[in-house]
Design a protein around this ligand. Structure first.
Ligand SMILES: *Cc1c(COP(=O)(O)O)cnc(C)c1O
Length: 383
């Protein structure tokens, strides 16, 4: 059985976690929490980092500290894992779904610009969605599958319309856009250390920013909004979104290996690409010349008319051979979770949902296994 993405644990994890156990510092305070925050901040080149219990809570807090309020609207790509859209609802705001571009499956900046021009108005220093009458306050780009969104034109739009940028970099730790790490390209960025992400703490998350005010507000809100000092005095509602020292210890050990993990993901992408290139109906994964992708999850697109089978049929065939694969997410403009909203049409996302299949991408996946998987895919062609 070859899994889609299994954690790889082969460094200082045991040593660091044992140190927590031996010292008794197992809970939400401890040197590894501080160290993990500092290490992540250094790695991405941000001034501040705040650890959280998972990536979804990081997004929730990021939206609050950026001032997103009930009935605001936030731009979210329609093709994404649902977490960022849920986080927008947690603050009472509404996700506004925009299509992806077909080359890298990221939020389409041209389509977003077209939407702003045709369906919004600028009034009193506010961008207003003409259909809903609500204020659009922020853009939440998701760097899918390890590849960055085209941030330069996106930032131009954000600047023009006074919108905050909250990056969901949960699938793209270490990925670069024009030499800068994802998560540092807007006001604030979020990471996840769930078991299937490039590094894992079992479960965990992180907020990064260069803004001291946003960072201290985030730390305050993730720790029950307690005023500093020994007295338990609160003036607003907070959250218990803390990461434990045990989890942070694992994170420190995992982060030490991140450069190797990225090399490995890039090797996996190269070998898949070399062996699947030219197979009828198979579109291999691309990397923009302004990007350095971490190829978190290697994903092909199948043209059924040329390949002779649908992505779901291929998924079944591979499953019978013990190979785990996965389709991408149902486009959220089609989701029952967000009904009744006048979402934009999103044909690219719909096509990707139909055609995409993510292939095994674990960091320790062997080249011989990739070759075997590629052989099976080639044999499945039915022309
Ligand atoms: C994994 C992921 C998250 C959040 O993950 P958690 O499981 O809450 O840590 C958020 N957004 C995207 C796009 C993800 O892939």
């Amino acid at each position: 059985m070859i899994p889609l993405a299994a954690p790889y644990i082969a460094g200082n994890e045991w040593r660091y976690i044992k140190e927590c156990l031996d010292s008794g510092w197992v809970s939400s305070v401890g040197k590894y929490v501080d160290r993990f925050e500092a290490d992540i901040a250094r790695h991405v080149g941000a001034k501040y980092a705040v650890a959280t219990v998972n990536g979804t809570s990081a997004l929730h807090i990021a939206l609050i500290v950026c001032g997103i309020k009930p009935d605001d609207e936030v731009i979210v790509p329609t093709l994404t894992f649902i977490a960022p859209a849920n986080a927008v609802r947690y603050v009472g705001a509404w996700p506004l779904f925009i299509d992806i571009e077909p080359a890298y499956l990221q939020l389409s900046v041209p389509k977003l610009e077209e939407f702003f021009q045709n369906s919004c108005k600028w009034k009193g220093g506010q961008l207003i969605n003409k259909k809903s009458g609500r204020n659009i306050r922020a853009i939440l780009p998701v760097h899918h599958l390890g590849h960055p969104v085209d941030m330069r034109p996106l930032k131009r739009l954000a600047l023009k319309y006074h919108l905050k940028i909250i990056e969901d970099a949960t699938e793209a730790l270490g990925a670069e856009y024009r030499g800068k790490k994802t998560s540092t390209l807007g006001e604030i960025g979020c990471f996840s250390f769930n078991g299937n992400k490039i590094i894992t703490t079992g479960g965990g998350g992180m907020i990064v920013t260069n803004d001291a005010r946003l960072a201290s507000k985030a730390k305050y809100l993730t720790t029950q909004a307690k005023k500093s000092g020994d007295e338990y005095i609160h003036t607003e509602i907070g959250y218990n979104y803390r990461l434990t020292n045990l989890q942070a210890a694992m994170g420190c050990a995992q982060l030490e290996k991140l450069p190797q993990y990225i090399e490995s993901k890039r090797r996996i992408a190269r070998v898949y690409g070399e062996n699947l290139n030219g197979v009828p109906g198979v579109k291999i994964m691309a990397e923009a010349d302004w990007a350095r992708s971490i190829f978190w999850m290697y994903t092909i697109l199948l043209d059924q008319s040329r390949f002779g089978r649908s992505s779901r049929e291929l998924k079944q065939l591979l499953k019978q051979k013990g190979i785990q694969t996965r389709p991408l997410w149902q486009p959220l403009n089609r989701s029952a979770v967000f009904p009744g909203q006048k979402h934009e049409k999103c044909p690219n996302a719909l096509r990707a949902y139909r055609d995409a299949l993510s292939l095994p991408s674990s960091v320790n996946l062997k080249n011989s296994d990739i070759l075997m998987i590629c052989q099976l895919i080639k044999k499945a062609v039915r022309d």
